[in-house]
Each structure stands twice: as structure tokens, then as C-alpha cells.
Design a protein around this ligand. Structure first.
Ligand SMILES: NC(=O)c1ccc[n+]([C@@H]2O[C@H](COP(=O)([O-])OP(=O)(O)OC[C@H]3O[C@@H](n4cnc5c(N)ncnc54)[C@H](OP(=O)(O)O)[C@@H]3O)[C@@H](O)[C@H]2O)c1
Length: 291
């Protein structure tokens, strides 16, 4: 499966690149601002950028689009930039998918929901609260309108190994392993279903191999708020290093509203792939403790 991964210098894209290459798929992974040894430059916002990787020569059969502006609070105050990086980049990825007759895989989020219900199914009513959520939904709608062969994979609270180690759990693990003491204000009322990026990559490849189409929710069995997530890390690497102050989302006064009861039910995927094993945060932390 000749696969183009837009945004392979990031958390999800990097794990897709690793996993698909392990499967023996020819891959072209791209970066934008953060060059890596395994990626080539590609600007999804400018097809005629002279530095762009030669996608025409690669002829992808599948395009996995991981590029987006994911800094939720920043998006709230930078609406046009958010639109460009999340919606326009997806419009352009759709153009590429049409040009090559490729399947488009798009990564979306539980921020398309309002967080009143939690544990969302694919059929639940969307109602984004933030600019980020609205733009992710607008990108989904564009794909559904223009393509028939697509996968929209919704994920939340992604963690795991990545070159920059910038996700919440990876940063906590790194700081605690170094013995750095920390004090954090964390919301006690934002619940989600954390998922390992390596599992996201495996689930995407399973759907591609089965030639599935449509919207899928990915989740393991963890349903945790931010405090519980941080405490889980502290259980492995030492409570003495970290002081967690529990506060409410309202007290945090963040620019962007959050879906408080977020997270996904992956029953649709699980019924289709009954032998697929999702890993949990504990599995990940156990591997980190060994290293
Ligand atoms: N992480 C989560 O918890 C989470 C949750 C829900 C949904 N998602 C969705 O999953 C997707 C991947 O998220 P992630 O956490 O892996 O994000 P990430 O680590 O920030 O990676 C984003 C990737 O997009 C690339 N990119 C940005 N602007 C680009 C442009 N103009 N042209 C080409 N590439 C560009 C980045 O390249 P450079 O870094 O090289 O600039 C990077 O490789 C996003 O769509 C996000 O909305 C993530």
C-alpha cells in the first residue's frame, strides 16, 4: 500500500510511518517545520512550493493527513491561522486524494462534541464548542462531501513515543525520570479516553487493509481525567516528585471551552476487529519503567 503521510514528524504521523514501514508498505512521510531523518518537506498549504517532496512521482494509494493546528487555546484567538492549518490543509489533502484516486485518512477529535454525554459513538450528534473543534468538524464535512473513499478516525488524548516527546504523558514521564520536581494545576473534570499513537497506527492499517470507509472512533478501556492521568504516571515514577493541584475547568479560565465528558466508545471498530488489542496507559508506563 503506497502511503503518503502528511505530518509524519508529529505524534500520530510518526507512529503511522513506523508501523506502515514495518508492514512493508512503501511510505512517503512529510514534515513541515521540523525536519527528521525519515521525512521530506511538504507544505500542504502551497502545492507549488519548490521545496515540496515529489508526490507525483510517489503516486500514493492512501493519504493519511495528520497536519492541523492542534493548540486549542491558540486557535481560539487565531481563527484564520486555525482555518488555514486545519480546514484549508484538509481541502488540499482532498484535492490530492482526488488527483491520485487515493483513500484519504483523516484524524479528528472528540472536540467535535460538546462533552455533555461522554463515551461518544459515531452516530452521536456533533456540537463543537471551540474554534479548533469547529474547524476539525468543517474539515470532516468537506471530506464527506467530496470523497467516497475516506476514513475519519476520531481520537483524543493521544500519547506515546514521538521524536519531540511533546505529548502530556511523554513529558511527565521524561521529567519524572530525570527526577525533576513539578507542581501542576490540572482540571479534575475533563474526562477522555487516552489512546496510544502506536495503537492508532495499527487501527488505521487494519481499516485500510479491510478497505473500510466512513467514521470510526478509536479508544482503549481507559476513561480518565487529567488528574488521574498524571497520578497514573506518578504511581510509576514517584509521587514525591509531583504536586498536583486539582482545579475545575471553570477555574482554569482557558480561552477555549472544553468538552468535559469527552472520549469515545470504539464498539463499531471492536465489533469489526474482535481480535484487535488496544493497550492502556499502564502498559505504556510499564514499558517506560523497564527502559
Ligand atoms: N494529539 C492528540 O491528542 C490529538 C487528539 C485528537 C485529534 N488529534 C488529531 O490528530 C492529528 C495529528 O495530531 P498530532 O498530535 O500527531 O499532531 P502533531 O504532533 O502536532 O503533528 C502535526 C503534524 O502536521 C504537520 N504540519 C503542520 N502544518 C503543516 C503544513 N502546513 N503542511 C504540512 N504539514 C504540516 C507538522 O509538521 P512539523 O511539526 O514538521 O511542522 C506535524 O508533522 C491532528 O489532525 C490532530 O487534530 C490529535
Amino acid at each position: 500500500m503506497r502511503t503518503l503521510i502528511l505530518g509524519a514528524s508529529g505524534l500520530v504521523g510518526g507512529n503511522c510511518l513506523n508501523h506502515f514501514q514495518q508492514l512493508g508498505w512503501p511510505c512517503l512521510g512529510t514534515h513541515f517545520s521540523f525536519a527528521t531523518d525519515h521525512t521530506q518537506f511538504y507544505n500542504t498549504l502551497n502545492f507549488s512550493d519548490a521545496s515540496n517532496a515529489d508526490i507525483d512521482a510517489f503516486k500514493p494509494e492512501v493519504i493519511v493527513h495528520c497536519g492541523a493546528l492542534t493548540w486549542v487555546d491558540y486557535c481560539e484567538d487565531h481563527v484564520e491561522e486555525s482555518y488555514q492549518k486545519t480546514v484549508q490543509s484538509t481541502i488540499n489533502a482532498t484535492v490530492l486524494a482526488e488527483k491520485f484516486g487515493a483513500k484519504l485518512v483523516y484524524l479528528s477529535t472528540d472536540y467535535v462534541f460538546d462533552g455533555n454525554k461522554g463515551y461518544y459513538h459515531e452516530t452521536d450528534k456533533v456540537n463543537p464548542l471551540s474554534i479548533y473543534g469547529k474547524h476539525k468538524l468543517e474539515a470532516e464535512e468537506h471530506i464527506k462531501k467530496h470523497l467516497s473513499d475516506y476514513l475519519i478516525c476520531r481520537i483524543t488524548n493521544v500519547y506515546g513515543d514521538e521524536i519531540r516527546g511533546k505529548n502530556f504523558i511523554a513529558r511527565l514521564v521524561e521529567n519524572m525520570q530525570k527526577g525533576d520536581s513539578m507542581e501542576m494545576n490540572l482540571p479534575i473534570d475533563q474526562y477522555a479516553t487516552p489512546v496510544n499513537a502506536a495503537d492508532v497506527a495499527r487501527a488505521i492499517s487494519a481499516l485500510i487493509e479491510a478497505n473500510q470507509k466512513g467514521i470510526f472512533h478509536f479508544a482503549s478501556t481507559d476513561y480518565l481525567n487529567r488528574v488521574q492521568l498524571a497520578e497514573r504516571v506518578a504511581q510509576y515514577f514517584g509521587h514525591d516528585l509531583v504536586q498536583i493541584n486539582y482545579i475545575s475547568t471553570a477555574e482554569m479560565n482557558q480561552p477555549a471551552a472544553r468538552p468535559l465528558n469527552g472520549g469515545f466508545c470504539a464498539a463499531k471498530f471492536n465489533n469489526m476487529f474482535p481480535h484487535f488489542k488496544w493497550t492502556n496507559v499502564d502498559d505504556y508506563l510499564a514499558t517506560k519503567r523497564k527502559n
